[in-house]
Design a protein around this ligand. Sequence first.
Ligand SMILES: [Zn+2]
Ligand SMILES: [Zn+2]
Length: 108
Amino acid sequence: MSLVPYKEIHQNEYAEEAAQRFTFIRLGSGTAELHGPCPRCGHAIRVPVVDGVYKTFWPRRRNSAGPTPPSGNVRTEDVICTCQEEHPGRQEGQFGCGAFWSLEITTS
Ligand SMILES: [Zn+2]
Ligand SMILES: [Zn+2]
């Protein structure tokens, strides 16, 4: 598999794929992680999120035709790729492939 070059890029398609493939893992009081493959580079990543009483997450809705989240507190969480793999062109101190996307996380 060839590595995609590092590039900061935001696409709604990333959010849709992440919402389908990521798993929400509760780690304990107040902490949780989303686990899944980065939609851009395919590497497994873990994304720490501030936990509430988690219900679900969705890609950020672009129109009213999308699924309706359950009632609760909806928070938009920006998720960035934090994979540990090398990506050409990445500066020292940066992580991942540069992909980022927005999820709506619903808590109660
Ligand atoms: Zn990667
Ligand atoms: Zn990535």
